[in-house]
Design a protein around this ligand. Sequence first.
Ligand SMILES: O=C(CO)COP(=O)(O)O
Length: 214
Amino acid sequence: MFVLVNLKAYPADPVSVAEAAATVDGTAGVDVAVAPQAADIARVAQTGAETWAQHVSPVSHGSHTGSTLAESVAANGAVGTLINHSERRLTLADIDDSIAAADRAGLETVVCANTPEQIAAVAALGPDAVAVEPPELIGTGTPVSQADPEIVEDAVTAAEAVDPAVDVYCGAGISTGEDLVAAEELGADGVLLASGVAKADDPQTALEDLVGQY
Ligand SMILES: O=C(CO)COP(=O)(O)O
């Protein structure tokens, strides 16, 4: 089971969360990775934690001020990137170009989508994985696996119909080991989570509990 901790723009210390993630990584068959702000990628990667970008721009080297270059995040230690997170949405054409940019840089790709229909569309673009996250549940603490289990099952079916090689993750409100088990039972290969760790009083304990209860 893959767990990607998306730190968004929360004030949690990215290095301490990464150190905690590196400590629990691999426990009970759970692989834990951290997606910090782009500016924090190098120091997060230096902890030894598996490090991801939250976004890469649909561009390559050139005149693109303010972009997040896939080659740059890879050179600083990221091994993968989210694309089209609900809080960083792109057009379909830009999703395609961001996947191409990530592929050129050797980054793994997880493309997010809000619905099973969008999951089918983005699975057709050849990412390594897709992730369904209903926006109305993000940050609520109510796990998608409980509030809307059908959306996870339907996303798994939709991705499978387009490309069985694409892994399917889910996210929104996931914070416990029980949520991980529920996501897996719905057919997900992993989860994305944020506030359950980044906003916890003690992110290390939150991660230890998550993996320990799985
Ligand atoms: O957006 C998310 C992960 O990418 C989910 O956020 P929460 O875990 O805070 O609901």
